[in-house]
Unconditional design. Structure first.
Length: 174
């Protein structure tokens, strides 16, 4: 598995040059991850139309949204796949997803993903089997807010007079 990063618009999409179009024709297909703050992540694909002269792109096709994370990757057959993280998992599953696919999440959604995983882990850690659903909510809320704030501080600490610390070769290890 190879995680694909930086493919967030049609212009920066991952392009496969030889893709089947029907039974006999071949075309190009491009893939990218779309992120909308209130909806989440989804995979979008778009093919060219080999029946028309030039490079004419067909209408894009989009998957359903996953609220907290999305990552595009190449499987063992070099086919584009994607994995999404929704609200329907427990803290351990969310942490495992973050560890496996976190580097492929578009930068615009990383803060939300990291904060939500921290909140989910805190919520699950504060609950015992049989507890009502309200048990653990204050702990989860606190972890979300603290992680959200620490992410902002980390990102601001990486800037020196408008330059990114990575550009200057002195990025701290977090």
């Amino acid at each position: 598995m190879r995680i694909l990063t930086g493919h967030t618009t049609p212009e920066t999409a991952y392009v496969v040059a030889d893709y089947p179009y029907g039974y006999t024709l071949r075309c190009k297909i491009r893939y990218w991850l779309e992120f909308k703050p209130r909806k989440g992540f989804r995979l979008v694909s778009q093919t060219t139309n080999p029946k028309r002269p030039g490079e004419v792109w067909n209408k894009p096709k989009a998957s359903t949204y996953c609220l907290f994370g999305g990552c595009m990757y190449l499987d063992e057959n070099e086919h584009v796949q994607w994995a999404g993280l929704s609200q329907y998992c427990d803290g351990a599953e969310a942490k495992a997803w973050l560890d496996k696919y976190g580097e492929g999440v578009p930068e615009a959604g990383k803060k939300l993903l990291e904060s939500w995983v921290a909140a989910k882990l805190a919520y699950d850690g504060a609950r015992k089997p049989g507890d009502s659903l309200g048990v653990g909510l204050p702990e989860g809320r606190k972890a979300f807010v603290e992680t959200w704030g620490s992410n902002a501080q980390k990102r601001n600490a990486d800037k020196i007079d408008g330059y990114d610390r990575d550009d200057l070769g002195e990025s701290p290890d977090y």
